[in-house]
Design a protein around this ligand. Structure first.
Ligand code: ZN
Ligand code: ZN
Length: 191
């Protein structure tokens, strides 16, 4: 698997390093070292000593002292594969998929995850993420204005919330809310 998917990428990366540094004996051996490490870790996973996510978390933890100086708002450093949509109080950012894998889903609150430690620097944090399920579209609440008539929209929304007897606020069912003129005052009233 390593040879099919990663060996060539690894050699390309080493080639770039070798162009910048004259003596790179370790760099030339790097693809082989990575392949050996890859095989060893695959053996651990196949032996069910730990699953892939636990192993990934453990490896990230080994570098926790280095993560404080490495931050990116363009690449999720948890997987190096996606853009990070979620910012953490420590300054790191992670993608939705890393949240789903490494954070804990709250009971009775589907698609709401909590994280008590940064995946990278391991600082204690209190972060909650409300993710959108992959099958859900973007839910937009748009409210017209009209001066005093804006009260009609607001009353209608409050009545809707009351009659549906929802467990959460009606505002929890929208991803984005906007309003023109007095309609914009409906958004905070629903929060
Ligand atoms: Zn990620
Ligand atoms: Zn962090």
């Amino acid at each position: 698997m390593f040879r099919a998917f990663y060996r060539e990428l690894c050699e390309t990366a080493v080639h770039h390093v070798q162009k910048q540094q004259a003596d790179t004996e370790i760099a030339s051996r790097l693809p082989t070292l990575v392949e050996e490490s890859f095989s060893l870790r695959l053996t651990h996973i196949n032996g069910e000593e730990e699953d892939a996510s636990m192993m990934h978390m453990r490896l990230m933890s080994m570098l926790k002292s280095k993560w404080a100086a490495i931050q990116s708002n363009r690449t999720c450093l948890g997987c190096l594969a996606r853009a990070p949509e979620n910012s953490l109080p420590c300054g790191h950012s992670v993608c939705d998929l890393c949240v789903r894998i490494f954070a804990t889903e709250k009971p009775q609150q589907p698609w709401t995850f909590s994280l008590s430690q940064c995946l990278l620097c391991r600082r204690s944090i209190q972060a909650t993420f409300r993710l959108k399920p992959p099958t859900a579209g973007v839910r937009i609440l748009s409210v017209d204005g009209g001066g005093i008539r804006g009260i009609v929209s607001l009353q209608w929304l409050l009545e809707l919330e009351s009659r549906l007897d929802l467990s959460n606020s009606l505002s929890d069912y929208f991803d984005f809310a906007l309003g023109t003129s007095s309609g914009k005052y409906s958004q905070p009233c629903l929060a």
